[in-house]
Write a protein that binds this ligand. Structure first.
Ligand code: FAD
Ligand code: SF4
Ligand code: SF4
Length: 749
């Protein structure tokens, strides 16, 4: 596209009175020969916008707006047929530096140079034009999946609901009495699952496939090809998005021998207790005698680092429900609840109170130390009562273990490792690889047959997990999101939940699935770069099949041909640019974001020579958290060194190391990289960006050593969006450190 760049300099919001606008104009007109350069007292006002709009109508297609942060007024500066480049003169220059100062002016001029270069190099992205299927596939017909199916159908989508069991309903259909989810929150409620199943079966947009599993899924959002397997027969369908609502499995109680399970026939789990209550007869499994005294042991294996480190969220209320129901069946029966903490949040406190008021239910805060049989299958629970500070013994004829919920999912990456290792073992070629493969097969044998979605993705057949096999999701900020675009996890497969929250989850995931289909239809990116029309372009003639992009893409976007050449699936892509950062051949680019574009911006900055003794630093700032944090620092007028030039990047993982090499060889004295938190509690919007940058920066440090440059010249920092006070401190500390180290010896070469 032929570029017609014009520059618009805003004088509002302190810009006009803090900077030499004439100096900025000269950068545009004298250095870059820009024919149209206009100033205005308030560019975001109706008159200012009209000024630009008229120029766009007259042929300008790359307006450079030097005003406030691009995070503000995005709509005001969007013009049909043009790609606007914003220069952040307000937050990052005049509100965070000394007004009318030589260094502040130099900073503003460099930002303008960088913006003009980018405007010249970037093209206006165009949306992908693809045929899209609008049917939604829901895998799992428990309360979550049924809710997703009903909500998506009511929103006008056809739904295919796949359930592996012969009936719909999941666990809740097996429980006759439920925790109350409506006022007055006092008594166990009757089940309403049958109504929901009837509504599903009557809905003409929902097709139900029970006794069915997923054989294979290939393709991308809007174009998934799915093979369903029912009674040995396969059926092919096409869907646009997928909700995985495969729910939970009970924690394996055979690992709770210390609490009597497996040793004592009258020790049962809460799931077995549900079955006993549903039968309407409370008799001991060991000898058929009627139950008179029950001891409930809470957190049986939960909140325990040797078993399930997390809380399963419902067990306390389930025990209260079971104790009240048992007392309804036999008012002479007594129930003892031994708990670590009782967790009945919100209105469910009234449910707890109801049980406390019951004269036959006793609650004791205790650490259970053991369960033993005391003749004739009677039981004695030994515990340290942590309220009374005494050792106690509770006699009971039935012990119920409140065991937790485990996701009905397996980590797709682990399954892939297992399958790859099995293939190596099957080949049987001797060597160290064979020994490693055998060890992997042994370690992961429990994963045999555990795949649910059977995705034909290079990175594995199921959703990758972060911890405890829950599909990896940014739980706080982005629930339902997974690392596979257009596939959403909901209900107990995502997190332990009661059925009320599971339903809400089902609705949320249905909305995400609908959004995914709409984005695919519009040819735009899904979360978190909503609306972005750019996508990676691979110049595959120069690909060396190094597989870095296919391995590092956090979303499994790229498959590989047998030689290892990437096979892009642009609708799976989240547009993070991590593949672009990874590619050593630099053959991956976006229309408005490329290795060459950022290199040119880096080179556009004026580097003071060694005699001026003014260090010049480059900052590559993740646009998700770090860039907004610097904006907030500016809004609060917190100052930072004027020696640094920041370039926002889509994700720290999109940083190609050549940019750092370019900067240092160009004479920059240091490079600061700021991204989001990595690790188990990562905050990276693209999952692995900061983590990948950590690996790359170790290599960079090695390179610096080889060049006899101090490794401190490149610093990697991680921070959260709320760390806006810390960021200027980091910048100032880095600037001071570089001054101490001294100028880059390559300056001027
Ligand atoms: C003992 C106990 C009692 C409880 N009682 C209550 C209560 O009274 N009230 C309450 O609100 N909550 C209760 N809960 C919590 C409740 O069970 C969950 O909130 C609820 O089951 C979550 O529904 P779901 O659809 O996410 O999962 P599930 O109920 O597990 O449903 C998942 C469905 O997916 C299907 N599925 C699994 N794998 C596949 C596959 N590969 N292909 C196709 N289908 C598949 C399963 O067969 C199942 O039908 C209790 C929990 C426990 C442990
Ligand atoms: S831009 Fe990100 S999501 Fe897309 S292919 Fe590259 S690494 Fe994967
Ligand atoms: S990283 Fe680049 S060179 Fe390597 S496989 Fe991907 S496209 Fe090819």
């Amino acid at each position: 596209m032929e570029k017609n760049v014009a520059v618009y300099l805003c004088q509002g919001c302190d810009i006009g009175r803090s900077l030499d606008i004439e100096g900025l104009r000269k950068v545009a007109t004298d250095e870059y020969s820009i024919a149209t350069c206009q100033e205005h007292p308030c560019l975001c006002g109706a008159e200012g916008r009209e000024l630009i709009r008229q120029d766009v109508l007259g042929g300008v297609n790359a307006p450079v707006v030097a005003a406030c942060s691009p995070r503000f007024m995005a709509d005001a500066f969007t013009f049909d047929g043009a790609r606007t480049e914003r220069v952040n003169l307000r937050e990052h220059v005049v509100w965070s530096h000394e007004p009318n100062d030589e260094d502040t002016q130099a900073l503003a001029e460099d930002y303008l140079r960088m913006a003009i270069v980018r405007a010249q190099k970037a093209d206006l992205p165009e949306p992908l034009d693809q045929e899209v299927e609008r049917t939604i596939l829901v895998v799992g017909g428990g309360v979550t999946g049924m809710t997703s199916a009903l909500d998506a159908a009511q929103a006008g989508h056809d739904v295919v609901l796949v359930e592996k069991a012969p009936e719909l309903g999941g666990w809740m259909a097996r429980f006759t009495r439920h925790i109350p989810h409506a006022p007055p929150y006092r008594d166990p409620a009757p089940s309403d699952i049958a109504d929901r199943i009837a509504r599903i079966q009557a809905h003409d947009r929902i097709s139900v496939h029970t006794g069915t599993q997923i054989e294979r899924i290939s393709g991308q959002p809007g174009q998934f090809a799915v093979s369903l397997r029912t009674n040995g027969t396969s059926k092919e369908i096409r869907v646009g998005a997928i909700v995985q609502a495969t729910g939970w499995k009970p924690y394996d109680a055979s690992r709770l021998g210390h609490l009597g399970y497996g040793r004592c026939p009258n020790v049962v789990t809460n799931v077995q207790m549900e079955e006993m209550l549903a039968s309407g007869r409370l008799v001991r499994p060991g000898d058929g005698k009627p139950v008179r005294r029950i001891a409930f042991i809470q957190c049986a294996g939960s909140r325990d680092k040797d078993h399930l480190p997390y809380c399963s969220a419902v067990c306390c209320r389930v025990t209260i429900k079971q104790a009240l129901t048992a007392r309804e069946l036999d008012p002479a029966l007594e129930a003892y609840v031994l708990y670590k903490d009782i967790r009945t949040p919100g209105q469910y406190e009234d449910f707890y109170r109801r049980a406390q008021e019951d004269p036959g239910i006793f609650f004791t805060k205790a650490e259970v130390t053991g369960v033993e049989e005391v003749g004739d299958h009677d039981l004695r629970v030994a515990a340290d009562d942590t309220l009374l500070g005494k050792h106690i013994g509770v006699e009971a004829d039935l012990v119920v273990l409140a065991t937790g919920m485990v996701p009905a999912a397996a980590d797709g990456e682990a399954i892939r490792r297992y399958t790859d290792a099995k293939a190596v073992v099957a080949k049987g070629e001797a060597g160290a690889q064979l020994e490693t493969a055998k060890a992997t097969v042994e370690e992961l044998a429990h994963l045999e047959g555990s795949a649910i979605l059977n995705l034909e993705y290079r990175q594995g057949p199921d959703l990758p997990s972060l911890r405890y096999d829950f599909p990896d999701s940014h739980f706080i900020c982005f629930p339902y999101e997974t690392r596979r675009t257009g596939i959403y996890a909901a209900g107990c497969v995502r997190s332990p939940l009661d059925s009320q929250l599971a339903r809400e989850d089902g609705s949320g995931a249905a909305l995400k699935a609908i959004q995914a289909i709409e984005c695919a239809a519009n040819g735009t990116a899904m979360h978190p770069r909503w609306g972005d029309m750019s996508y990676p372009d691979f110049f595959l003639q120069r690909c060396t099949q190094c597989k870095r992009c296919t391995e590092e893409c956090p979303f499994g976007t790229l498959n590989e041909d047998p030689k290892g050449t990437p096979q892009p699936n642009p609708i799976r892509c989240r547009r993070c640019g991590i593949c672009m950062g990874a590619c050593p051949e630099r053959i991956i680019s976006f229309k408005d974001y490329s290795v060459d574009m950022i290199s040119s911006m880096i080179k556009a900055v004026e580097i003071p020579d060694e005699f001026e003794e003014k260090p010049r630093l480059l900052g590559l700032l993740c646009e998700n958290d770090a860039y907004p944090a610097l904006d907030t620092a500016g809004l609060r007028r917190i100052r930072h060194s004027a020696n640094i030039r920041f370039i926002p990047v889509r994700c720290l993982g999109s940083v190609n190391v050549v940019w750092i090499a370019d900067a240092l060889s160009r004479g920059y004295d240091g490079v600061l990289l700021v991204g989001c938190k990595s690790g188990a509690d990562y905050q990276c919007h693209f999952i692995r960006g900061s983590e990948l940058m950590e690996t790359r920066s170790t290599n960079i440090r090695e390179k610096l050593k080889q060049l006899a440059l101090e490794e401190e010249r490149v610093r990697l920092e991680q921070l959260a969006i709320a760390d806006f006070e810390r960021l200027p401190e980091i910048i100032n500390e880095f600037a001071a450190q570089i001054e101490e180290i001294g100028m880059n010896p390559f300056k001027g070469f």
